[in-house]
Each structure stands twice: as structure tokens, then as C-alpha cells.
Design a protein around this ligand. Structure first.
Ligand code: GTP
Ligand code: MG
Length: 198
């Protein structure tokens, strides 16, 4: 898919105030600092579109970006940032869960996982919660440039093995790097395919 335009539309804490209409949207979720905003910039070839930071907890709102005037990419706040206060944590959690459970336009949720780490409880529980709520999702492994090819591959296979303990059918997955743009075509083609089937 060719990205002809990518424009920021609106930031929100409330899914009810997200853009009206029924254009399909694709949202990015995962732990703080996993690379959600960077991935949106990589996919759109615009390093300044979504705000990124080396400090976790940068994105605090639901951010809509209109792509090719036909569909949205949605940047969400990260979960599991230990340094937030309990109150702040609950607020962010509320924003994320109400968006995911109620936003009818959300066609697919990409769950981002840092390729370097052992499967983390917080992600596995989140994925299980998606299953319980029948939310369509796929997995994106991020920061692949930080590992060698062999290690990256074995980490991914290990992750999928762990998921097999929970799931009869595994979700689609992608290996990406916002530094090298690895996985860009695959993710965009996947979105294009879903858009065509709608
Ligand atoms: P929050 O908004 O805080 O939840 O974080 P986020 O998931 O949006 O992460 P963000 O895109 O802001 O990236 C966090 C840090 O990781 C930044 O320093 C990025 O430069 C770095 N980063 C993101 N993706 C990659 C990648 O593919 N490779 C490398 N090497 N660094 C990355
Ligand atoms: Mg972010």
C-alpha cells in the first residue's frame, strides 16, 4: 500500500469524542516505551507525526491519524508504566479499555511486544483479556534491529509457543523495526487486505 497522506485529526481521553463516521481504524497498544508511536511514524514515513520519547509514558491520549483520507491509525497510551501514580494508572487503563471495548470502528488492534524480552505476564494477561472480549488483534514484535537475526527468530518462536498454550489458533504476527523499516510493507499490506474485505 502506498501512503499518500497522513494527518493528525484529534486527541481524546474519551472514545465518544473520537471522529464520527465509519472509516475503519487500526489501533496500537502495548507497554509504555514498546515503540507504538515510533511504529506509526515509520509506517507513515513521517518522523514527526506521533510524539515519541525515550522516557516511558509519553502518549497519554487516544490519537487519531487519518491515512489516505480512507482509514485511521490510532496511537494509544501504553500500559504497565510502574512510575505512574495509582490514580493516573487507573485513568489511563480506563481510557484504553473503554476505547477497545466500545469503539465500533476499531477493525484490528495491534499488540506490540518488545522482541528482546521473555514473554511478560502483563502482556499475556492483556492478550487473554482480548480473547475473552472477542477483540480482533494481531501481534507486532518491535525493535528487531536490537537483536541478531537468529535470536530474533528464536524469541518470536518462543513467544508463539507460549501463546499456543492459551490459543487454539494463533493470531497473525509481524516482526518490525522503526529504525530499519523492517516489516513496513507486511503491516501495510495486511491493513490493505482487511480494508478490501470490509
Ligand atoms: P508510550 O507513548 O510512552 O507508551 O511509548 P511508545 O510505545 O509510543 O514508544 P515510543 O515510540 O515513544 O518509543 C520509545 C523509545 O523506543 C524511543 O526512544 C524510540 O526511539 C525507541 N524505539 C521505538 N521503536 C524502535 C525500534 O524499532 N528500534 C529501536 N532501536 N528503537 C526504537
Ligand atoms: Mg507513544
Amino acid at each position: 500500500m502506498v501512503i499518500r497522506s497522513a494527518e493528525f485529526i484529534i486527541s481524546n481521553t474519551d472514545y465518544l469524542k473520537c471522529p464520527p463516521g465509519n472509516l475503519p481504524e487500526y489501533a496500537f497498544i502495548g507497554r509504555s516505551n514498546v515503540g507504538k508511536s515510533s511504529l506509526i511514524n515509520m509506517l507513515t514515513n513521517n518522523s514527526k507525526l506521533a510524539k515519541t520519547s525515550s522516557t516511558p509514558g509519553k502518549t497519554l491520549l487516544i490519537n487519531h491519524f487519518l491515512i489516505n483520507k480512507e482509514w485511521y491509525l490510532v496511537d494509544l497510551p501504553g500500559y504497565g508504566f510502574a512510575k505512574r501514580s495509582q490514580k493516573e494508572q487507573e485513568k489511563i487503563q480506563g481510557i484504553i479499555t473503554s476505547y477497545i471495548l466500545n469503539r465500533m470502528q476499531m477493525t484490528n488492534l495491534f499488540v506490540l511486544i518488545d522482541i528482546r524480552h521473555e514473554p511478560q505476564k502483563i502482556d499475556l494477561e492483556f492478550i487473554e483479556w482480548l480473547g475473552e472480549n472477542e477483540i480482533p488483534f494481531s501481534i507486532i514484535f518491535t525493535k528487531a534491529d536490537k537483536l541478531g537475526v537468529t535470536r530474533a527468530k528464536s524469541n518470536v518462536l518462543h513467544y508463539m509457543d507460549i501463546l499456543k498454550e492459551q490459543w487454539e489458533e494463533l493470531p497473525p504476527y509481524f516482526i518490525t523495526s522503526s529504525e530499519t523499516k523492517r516489516g513496513r510493507d507486511e503491516v501495510l499490506d495486511y491493513i490493505e487486505q482487511i480494508n478490501k474485505e470490509l
